[in-house]
Design a protein around this ligand. Structure first.
Ligand SMILES: *[C@@H]1O[C@H](CO)[C@@H](O)[C@H](O)[C@H]1NC(C)=O
Ligand SMILES: *[C@@H]1O[C@H](CO)[C@@H](O)[C@H](O)[C@H]1NC(C)=O
Ligand SMILES: *[C@@H]1O[C@H](CO)[C@@H](O)[C@H](O)[C@H]1NC(C)=O
Length: 309
């Protein structure tokens, strides 16, 4: 991935001859006798996400690794659908009777989309990281394609290699337990990738399953459903083949944003996240609209509760 990012940086740096189309190749297409037209072509390989110079060496390495993992689980999710279509039980569990193209499309955008300007930064430029339990936030109206990551992310998010370990199950684990799925969520918040369409329609695991039954058209663009599906597929197809680690709902289903308490430090983070949710709930209740809610990182859910990551 580092190598890939370097290659992409070099490509971007040398592609100055065509400033409008940037690092995309241009192919001339002749349509039966009419005049030739130029189209930008879809990226033929994974494009790196830009990482701001404010990220120190350690942060950059962790972030590059986690972004690679995000692409890895997205590729697997898309491949699973290409292979099994709607005959996959995992597909119908999360997306009901919806057709497959939109779901594939969201994952493909993460892998092959134009990522120019989809910037990750570490400078706490909006001054939000001091808030307890904040792992980062979408910059919202300040920069709709940018994400700030706070130091907490680097000390709490788990690598993809740890999938299905330490008691983690897809059903009961937090969606931000693994850095890869956490970043998938953050990427869908950017305008360039999520287009304001991949959004929050249902949040907890059980709410996502219900959404698949009731409103498949929303399930296919529900950020949390896309995260759950990618995690479930990766566990089932790659980690514990044919078995996975879906798990069963515990009696009191954990909030999907609460980090799994697999260690003392993440229990502390869990408590801190809950505390942050409470304080920002007051702020967010003053701002009615979803897009302008105080910290864009906090989401007003259907039940009126504000959740922060
Ligand atoms: C799967 O897709 C086909 C069309 O390709 C459709 O007829 C069928 O109802 C779908 N099955 C489910 C379970 O959504
Ligand atoms: C945008 O910037 C303003 C001013 O710096 C800040 O108060 C606000 O919290 C920022 N918005 C987000 C979503 O961080
Ligand atoms: C890089 O930032 C992290 C916080 O995310 C910090 O813990 C670490 O000490 C920093 N590394 C250097 C070399 O400054």
């Amino acid at each position: 991935m580092r190598f890939q990012l370097l290659v992409n940086a070099l490509l971007a740096a040398t592609a100055t001859a065509s400033p409008v189309l940037k690092n995309r190749e241009v192919t001339t297409v002749t349509v039966s006798g009419t005049t030739a037209t130029s189209y930008p072509q879809p990226a033929s390989e994974i494009q790196g996400f830009p990482i701001h110079t404010s990220c120190n060496g350690t942060e950059r390495l962790q972030l590059e690794k986690a972004l690679w993992d995000t692409i890895r689980i997205s590729q697997q999710a898309a491949q699973h659908i290409y292979t099994h279509g709607n005959s996959s039980a995992l597909y119908t569990k999360y997306f009901g009777q919806a057709s497959t193209a939109e779901v594939i499309g969201w994952y493909e955008k993460l892998v092959h989309g134009d990522h120019e300007g989809v910037l990750f930064r570490c400078d706490d430029i909006d001054g939000n990281c001091h808030q307890e339990g904040w792992g980062g936030h979408w910059r919202g109206e300040n920069a709709t394609d940018e994400t700030v990551l706070c130091p907490l992310s680097y000390s709490t998010r788990q690598p993809l290699e740890a999938m299905c370990s330490n008691g983690y199950t897809v059903t009961n684990g937090a969606l931000n337990h693994y850095f890869a799925a956490d970043l998938m969520h953050r990427l869908f918040h950017t305008t360039k990738i999520g287009e304001g369409a991949a959004e929050h329609y249902a949040d907890s695991y059980s709410e996502c399953l219900q959404l698949a039954l009731d409103t498949p058209a929303e399930a296919v663009r529900n950020t949390h459903s896309l995260q759950y599906f990618a995690l479930d597929v990766y566990a089932m197809d790659v980690v514990l083949v044919g078995e996975g680690c879906t798990g069963k709902p515990s009696e009191e289903e954990e909030d999907s944003h609460t980090p799994a308490s697999s260690s003392a430090s993440s229990s502390a983070a869990s408590a801190a996240t809950t505390a942050a949710s409470t304080t920002t709930a007051q702020v967010a209740s003053q701002t009615a609209s979803k897009t302008s809610s105080a910290a864009a990182e906090c989401h007003t859910h259907g039940d009126g509760v504000v959740h922060c990551v």
